[in-house]
Design a protein around this ligand. Structure first.
Ligand code: HEC
Ligand code: HEC
Length: 387
C-alpha cells in the first residue's frame, strides 16, 4: 500500500457510487419462522460432548497461554462479568491495539451457523482459531501454542485422555473450547418459560411488548425462529463508531483491517464506516451489512451492535422507531445498501417501554461459573532428567 499525502480521514470524495438494488421488499410477517422456546444446541458428529472434554475446554478458554504473548485469553474479551463479552463499544484487543468491533457474547453461540458479526466462521471449531490466532485478538501462533501446552503436564494428561494425543495437538484445543462453549446455554428466560406454556412468566407489559415485536414494530421480520435471528445480513444504517474519528489507537486498527481485508486503495484512504459483509464479498450491495444477532442474554451485553453504538435498550428502540439510520462509506453519499425493511414505526412512549420490557424478558439469570485454577508449567521429564 502506497502512502501519499492525501491519506487523511477528512477526505470525502464526490463521485457517486451507483448501486443497483432492485429487490422488492418481501414483507408479510406471517412468512417468518415463529418465535419459540430454545431447544438443545446442535453438536457436530465429529466432536461429541464429554464431561472431560468440556472441562479441558473450560481451562483453555481461561488460559492466556494460547495467545501470542501469553497475556490474553478468550475470557479477557468474553468476561463473565461483562455478559461473556466486553462492555466497551469496541472490544479490547491484543496488547498494543484495540479491536475494531464490539465483542459478542459467547452465551448461546453454540446455536449459530454463522459466527462473528459478518458470519465469517461456520462453526465454533472454526471460530476459535480465528479468535486465538487473529492479529488483533489472540495473535497466537500454532507451533508456539503446541509447545506451551506440551510443557504443562496437566494438559498433556488431559489431551491424552480426551483425544488420545501423545502431545497436545493445537487443533484439539479448538475442539475442546467449542465443547465448553456448547455448555454456555441460556434457555430459561421468562420468554422461554412463557413459550413452554407458563402464561405467567411474562408480565402484562412484556406481553404487550411481545405483540409489538411481532406486529407494529415488525422486529420479527429479522429476529425470528427459536434463536430470534434469521442469520441473514442487513445494513440498518447504524451510526459509525465515534472512536474511529477521535481515538488514534482505534483508527490504527480500523485502517489495518481495511488493508488486511483487501479493499481498494481509494477505499483504504477514504472509508469512515465499517463496510461489514462487503469485506467478504466485495459486493457494493453488501456495504454495511451485519448478521442479525440473537437476542437472548442481551440484558447483560450492552453496548449493542457491531460497534457498540447504543448504550441501552432505550437508545436502540429509539433508533428502530426512527426507521434506522443512515451511513456513508467512501463517497459521501448515503449507503444504498440500507435495508428497505426498516421504516419509522410511530411507537409512542408507552409502546417503546413495552418493547423494552419484552427485550428484558429474553434474559434470565446471569450465567456465572467459578474461574478455574490453571495448571502450571513444568519441564518435560526428559529435560528435567538431563539436568
Ligand atoms: C482481544 C479480544 C478477543 C479475544 C482474545 C477473543 N475474542 Fe471472541 N470476539 C471478540 C470480538 C471483538 C468478536 C466480534 C468480532 C467480529 O465479528 O469481527 C468476537 C466474537 C466471538 C464469537 C462469535 C459470537 C457470535 O455471536 O457470532 C465467539 C464464539 C468468540 N468470539 C469466541 C472466542 C474464543 C473461543 C476465544 C479464545 C480462543 C476468543 N473469542 C477470543 C473479541 C475477542
Ligand atoms: C431488517 C432486519 C432487522 C429488523 C427488522 C430488526 N432488527 Fe434488530 N438487528 C438486526 C441486525 C442486522 C442487527 C445488527 C446490526 C449491526 O450490528 O449493525 C440487529 C441488532 C439488534 C440488537 C442488538 C443485539 C446485540 O447483541 O448487539 C437488538 C437488541 C435488536 N436488534 C432488537 C431489535 C428490535 C427490538 C427490533 C424491532 C423494533 C429489531 N431489532 C428489528 C436486524 C434487524
Amino acid at each position: 500500500m502506497k502512502k501519499g499525502k492525501s491519506q487523511s480521514m477528512a477526505i470525502i470524495g464526490t463521485s457517486i457510487g451507483v448501486i443497483a438494488l432492485g429487490l422488492a421488499t418481501p414483507s408479510s410477517a406471517d412468512m417468518n419462522p415463529p418465535l419459540a422456546a430454545l431447544g438443545p444446541p446442535p453438536v457436530p458428529l465429529d466432536n461429541p460432548q464429554t464431561p472431560e472434554k468440556v472441562e479441558l475446554g473450560k481451562l483453555l478458554f481461561f488460559d492466556s497461554r494460547i495467545g501470542g504473548d501469553a497475556s490474553v485469553s478468550c475470557a479477557d474479551c468474553h468476561a463473565q462479568k461483562q455478559g461473556w463479552g466486553f462492555n466497551d463499544s469496541l472490544s479490547r484487543g491484543y496488547p498494543g491495539v484495540i479491536h475494531w468491533r464490539n465483542s459478542q457474547t459467547v452465551i448461546n453461540s453454540a446455536y449459530l451457523g454463522k459466527l462473528f458479526w459478518t458470519g465469517s466462521a461456520k462453526s465454533l471449531e472454526g471460530q476459535a482459531p480465528s479468535a486465538a490466532l487473529g492479529a488483533v485478538s489472540g495473535n497466537g501462533e500454532r507451533d508456539m501454542v503446541e509447545a506451551r501446552l506440551a510443557f504443562i503436564p496437566e494438559y498433556v494428561k488431559r489431551f491424552n485422555k480426551v483425544f488420545g494425543d501423545d502431545w497436545p495437538k493445537v487443533n484439539n484445543t479448538w475442539k475442546a473450547i467449542a465443547a465448553f462453549e456448547r455448555t454456555l446455554i441460556h434457555d430459561q428466560t421468562p420468554f422461554d418459560k412463557f413459550m413452554r406454556g407458563d402464561k405467567n412468566a411474562l408480565t402484562k407489559q412484556q406481553k404487550r411488548g411481545l405483540k409489538l415485536f411481532q406486529g407494529k414494530a415488525n422486529c420479527i421480520e429479522c429476529h425470528n425462529g427459536q434463536l430470534l435471528t434469521d442469520q441473514k445480513y442487513y445494513n440498518l444504517g447504524v451510526p459509525r463508531a465515534e472512536d474511529w474519528l477521535e481515538n488514534g489507537m482505534a483508527q490504527v486498527t480500523f485502517r489495518y483491517e481495511q488493508y488486511a481485508k483487501g479493499v481498494t486503495e481509494e477505499m483504504y484512504r477514504k472509508i469512515k464506516d465499517d463496510a461489514g459483509l462487503y469485506y467478504r464479498t466485495k459486493q457494493k450491495s453488501d456495504m454495511g451489512k451485519f448478521r442479525t444477532p440473537p437476542l437472548r442474554y442481551t440484558a447483560y451485553t450492552a453496548p449493542f451492535m457491531h460497534n457498540g453504538a447504543f448504550l441501552d435498550f432505550e437508545e436502540l428502540v429509539d433508533f428502530y422507531n426512527a426507521g434506522g439510520g443512515t451511513n456513508e462509506f467512501t463517497d459521501g453519499t448515503f449507503a444504498k445498501s440500507k435495508t428497505k425493511l426498516l421504516k419509522p414505526l410511530k411507537l409512542n412512549d408507552k409502546e417503546k417501554e413495552d418493547l423494552v420490557a419484552f427485550l428484558e424478558s429474553l434474559s434470565g439469570e446471569e450465567i456465572k461459573i467459578p474461574t478455574p485454577k490453571l495448571p502450571p508449567y513444568a519441564p518435560l521429564p526428559a529435560m528435567a532428567d538431563a539436568n
